[in-house]
Design a protein around this ligand. Structure first.
Ligand code: NAP
Length: 293
């Protein structure tokens, strides 16, 4: 069984990015610059944004964090996005989700200039990805694609089952696995809460990508021997034996699934670190004007 090591792979990617940052700096005197907008004081959002800012420092990017109060109006948030859109020094812009209920995520997403949309959430980038054009691909699916590539996982002609159809993970993942290229050319089944016979469908998967958001949902009896299993889920569970008082688990029951899989991502240390590396890579691409030209 191969343990797909997202921690090590993400570090490799960060080293590659840092090298290219030094080159851009020497050639153009410019440093890639990522701006993050954080609304409110949600603990998990703070943790994610801080990790992104720290990762920027690691690779030599400039970063700007715009913090807004939870009661900021939609208009004020749209204005903050507009200001970043118009700031020529900023290459990438992310708005950390979730947003407070009084703000339309769709409106805010649609306000982001596609050329700076390094989260790959705007309709322009989703459309470009679907057409197999150069695009900013959402960071989590992009990170998974990079893992499959770097671990040379065969995907052509395989049956890939994706559990979950969110806009940020499951849906783009299904499109990427089905497109004509590598990784891709898989026969894809996209499943969701209305899917019937899910365990049976999972058992027919050569590649199983799990983004359901339910702790340890996928058990050993749902997995075909030799399958490749990618676990996107992240959940905190109390654990008195840990100094922090908690540990992280995924959407997959790791021990029993690992016994059957030919390759599997752990939680932590699998998809999570790859998501940040992919975001940095998209920002680098923007600084190098590689996607929109
Ligand atoms: P989400 O938006 O909550 O979507 C969950 C999906 O699972 C939905 O499409 C839902 O179907 C489907 N689902 C729910 N119950 C189901 C069932 N019984 N059978 C089949 N499908 C079912 O989740 P998400 O944002 O994609 O995130 C999924 C997990 O990944 C979460 O644990 C999240 O924390 C984690 N995550 C990790 C990273 C990372 O960097 N590692 C990034 C993003 C997310 P419906 O559409 O029918 O409701």
């Amino acid at each position: 069984m191969v343990l797909i090591d997202g921690k090590k792979t993400s570090q490799d990617i960060k080293n590659e990015i840092a090298f290219r940052v030094a080159e851009i700096k020497a050639k153009e005197g410019k440093i890639p610059h990522l701006a993050a907008v954080l609304v409110g004081s949600d603990g998990a959002s703070h943790t994610y944004v801080n990790a992104k800012v720290k990762a920027c420092e690691e690779v030599g990017f400039k970063s700007t964090l715009v913090r807004l109060d939870a009661d900021v109006s939609e208009e004020q948030l749209l204005k903050a996005v507009e200001d970043i859109n118009n700031d020529a020094d900023i290459d990438g812009l992310i708005v950390q989700l979730p947003l407070p209920k009084h703000i339309s995520v769709d409106k805010v997403t649609n306000k982001i200039k596609p050329e700076k949309d390094v989260d790959g959430f705007t309709p322009a980038n989703v459309g470009r990805m679907t057409l197999n054009w150069p695009a900013y691909v959402a960071a989590t699916p992009y990170g998974i694609i990079e893992l499959l590539k770097r671990y040379e996982i065969e995907t052509a002609g395989k049956h890939c089952v994706v559990i979950g159809r969110s806009h940020i993970v499951g849906s783009p993942m299904s499109i990427l696995m089905g497109r004509n290229g590598y990784p891709g050319n898989a026969t894809v089944t996209l499943t969701h809460s209305k899917t019937q016979n899910l365990p049976e469908i999972c058992r027919s998967a050569d590649i199983l990508i799990v983004a359901i958001g339910k702790p340890e949902f996928v058990t050993g009896d749902m997995v075909k021997p030799g399958a490749v299993v990618i676990d996107v889920g992240i959940h905190r569970v109390e654990d008195a034996s840990k100094k922090s008082g908690f540990r992280l688990i995924g959407d997959v029951k790791f021990q029993e699934v690992a016994e059957k899989a030919s390759a599997i991502t752990p939680v932590p240390g699998g998809v999570g670190p790859m998501t940040i590396a992919a975001l940095l890579y998209n920002t680098l691409q923007s600084a190098e004007k590689k996607v929109f030209g």
